[in-house]
Design a binder for this molecule. Sequence first.
Ligand SMILES: Nc1nc2c(ncn2[C@@H]2O[C@H](COP(=O)(O)OP(=O)(O)O)[C@@H](O)[C@H]2O)c(=O)[nH]1
Ligand SMILES: Nc1ncnc2c1ncn2[C@@H]1O[C@H](COP(=O)(O)OP(=O)(O)O)[C@@H](O)[C@H]1O
Length: 206
Amino acid sequence: MEKINRKGLLVIISAPSGAGKSTLISLLKRDFPKFEFSISYTTREPRVGEIHGRDYFFVSKKEFIKLKKENFFAEWAEVHGNYYGTPKEAVLKALKQGKDLLFDIDVQGAMQIKQNLNKGIFIFIFPPSLEELKRRLEKRNTDSPETINIRLANAKKEIQEANIFDYWIINDKLEAAYLQLKSIIIAEKLRPCFFPDLPKKILEQT
Ligand SMILES: Nc1nc2c(ncn2[C@@H]2O[C@H](COP(=O)(O)OP(=O)(O)O)[C@@H](O)[C@H]2O)c(=O)[nH]1
Ligand SMILES: Nc1ncnc2c1ncn2[C@@H]1O[C@H](COP(=O)(O)OP(=O)(O)O)[C@@H](O)[C@H]1O
């Protein structure tokens, strides 16, 4: 059958810091290699092992504010004391090419995408408890105790914003959480709106 015209899926994943977004997204990238991942700009310092242009575009606060003034971002927010933003160009390009695009952004950013683009599927990942969240942040050992406290305080606020999301997953046992996430993606990709000319193609098929 000749190529079927399809639209791109925007998948927005948010969660409190330490809940397991990056872990779950790395599994999605493994199983859905055609997914594009929206690489954000941030003023946060790189963590050990993070690569500029792969994990984030790491920029100065001055550079970030300049980009913001140039209307460079599809959305941006101050999160845990650093700036983060999604480059508009990448979103428009993926939408135009019918590519699936994955976002790892905070609840403020998710709200902006929902309002500005009025499309996308919004998935919120809960930790099983704040106690477990603290344990995971400490075990991950990527942030100072002060930063962990800031992130834990923000987690309470972020959890209260979860109502704007379409799907909720509790990341307790990783395998179970990932199975739920994968099932959501597969089901959403089967929605008719992503294959508008399928009926015509089937009827033309000899
Ligand atoms: N609004 C917005 N939030 C972002 C963006 N990129 C990352 N974030 C969020 O910023 C928060 C902190 O991310 P990070 O510093 O990588 O820490 P992590 O949550 O522990 O992985 C997380 O909630 C991310 O989802 C972005 O482009 N826009
Ligand atoms: N279901 C889980 N059970 C136990 N530990 C987990 C689980 N999911 C993630 N982790 C661990 O918790 C820490 C935070 O996960 P991470 O994916 O970095 O979270 P986020 O990207 O939301 O900040 C990491 O050390 C990760 O290995």
